[in-house]
Design a protein around this ligand. Sequence first.
Ligand code: GDP
Length: 174
Amino acid sequence: MTEHLMKILIVGDGNVGKSSFVHRYVNGQFNKMYKMTVGVDFSVKLLHWSDKEKVRVQLWDVAGQERFISMSRIYYKGASGCVIMFDVSSSSSFLSCRHWKQDLDNKAMLPNGDPIPCILLANKCDLAQRVVSADSINTFSKANGFVTWMETSVKENKNVGEAMRRLVQEILST
Ligand code: GDP
């Protein structure tokens, strides 16, 4: 039995659903009043990936920022993958994804110098008031080297596990 340890970062503007995502993924719940943590925090989930492989996912969430700030290199150190999240009802949170991706690529890389696998998540897809179109997300995702992009709703538990599985699969294959 092989056990892989993966440090996965989750970044994006404040209020897009990062803490809720981590909470949902790790505990399988959606809690509206989930307490905002201060500073860096990580949660752990053990995946029984195959007969021969387990994956211990460490999900690092930086909570408490309202807008883009350049993150410390310490946060990025040793990361195997990243989730960049925005809120489909907030165009500014989508625009910030460019900065988050640039910051990531500047500060984190695989031992061979390649960028680390990163998935783009369009969260809150349950909301009617969408302002970011699928076309623009698709174009942005392709132009900026994301593994892929997915719509998620942490509220309705849509694509939370699927998104993480896609990212873990990509990390295992790199
Ligand atoms: P963070 O600042 O990025 O960590 O965002 P939070 O996890 O604190 O979530 C911000 C707000 O968005 C909270 O009120 C959540 O309940 C809400 N939220 C998170 N995910 C969803 C979702 O998929 N749909 C809807 N409608 N609300 C969500």
